[in-house]
Design a protein around this ligand. Structure first.
Ligand code: C5P
Length: 241
């Protein structure tokens, strides 16, 4: 059987104290997503503490700048010990190549020899908050989210980026176009029968696994649960439904 996807718990909290209360209630092998809200408030010490206590960190900073600056930020994230980091594919080929080279050279936390331990980069293609009209206002008339997202995933792959963030709906197409080794991380996960909240399109853990997802990002289903550890266990168990 192929490996089950890892569940990444989104630490969408404004302060490190609340984030840490949750982390301490979950098993040590849990992955965490640190995004712009928490990172802007609490900075690198949050990542260093998570990594220092043996947790895996997905740093969702969605980098987008000139190649030299992004490469520097990738090196900094690698030194912090993050395992996954997002970059905007719209930054272009030179930026993506510089980022990929920086990740390959920095080798992971503490200079680990294990290639699988190195920082891996994920492309953001088109934000799911954009529809065709909103995208057209940014890049020109007639733009299609589907075509643009597919093209940007291909550009990221050709430029040495390790994977992409995508909804479960696009997961299979990305795997087919970019190869099984190209990682796909999918948010928008809900347990069967659960409300969608503000997510427009949701999928169950089993559907995400069947579509080929390598990692599932899960936020409120776990973070707002009365018993987060039990909720995480339910998500993990639901991968096999
Ligand atoms: O609470 P919920 O499970 O909806 O949280 C999903 C997480 O995935 C949040 O951190 C959200 O920012 C992130 N995300 C998303 N949709 C995207 C990209 C990221 O929900 N298209």
């Amino acid at each position: 059987m192929t490996r089950l996807p890892d569940v990444i718990v989104a630490l969408d909290f404004p302060d490190p104290e609340t984030a840490w209360e949750l982390v301490e209630r979950l098993p040590v092998d849990t992955w965490y997503k640190v995004g712009l809200e928490l990172f802007t408030r609490a900075g690198p010490p949050v990542v260093e503490r998570l990594v220092g206590e043996g947790r895996n960190v997905f740093l969702d900073l969605k980098l987008h700048d000139i190649p030299n600056t992004v490469a520097g930020a990738v090196r900094s994230a690698s030194r912090l010990g993050a395992r996954l980091l997002t970059v905007h594919a719209a930054g272009g080929e030179a930026m993506l190549r510089a980022a990929a080279q920086a990740a390959a050279e920095s080798g992971g936390d503490g200079g680990s020899e294990e290639p699988s331990d190195r920082l891996r980069l994920l492309a953001i293609t088109v934000l799911t908050s954009l529809d065709d009209a909103a995208l057209s206002a940014v890049i020109g008339p007639g733009a299609s989210v589907e075509e643009t997202a597919g093209r940007l995933a291909g550009l990221a792959r050709e430029s040495g980026i390790d994977g992409a963030v995508s909804s479960v709906n696009e997961c299979r197409a990305i795997k087919l176009a970019c190869g099984a080794e190209f990682l796909v991380v999918t948010p928008g996960i809900r347990l069967a029968g659960q409300g969608t909240q503000d997510q427009l399109r949701v999928a169950t853990p089993a559907t995400a696994r069947a579509a080929g997802a390598d990692y599932l990002v899960v936020g409120r289903t776990i973070t707002q649960a009365t018993d987060p550890a039990e909720a995480l266990e339910r998500v993990r168990a639901a991968l096999l439904d």
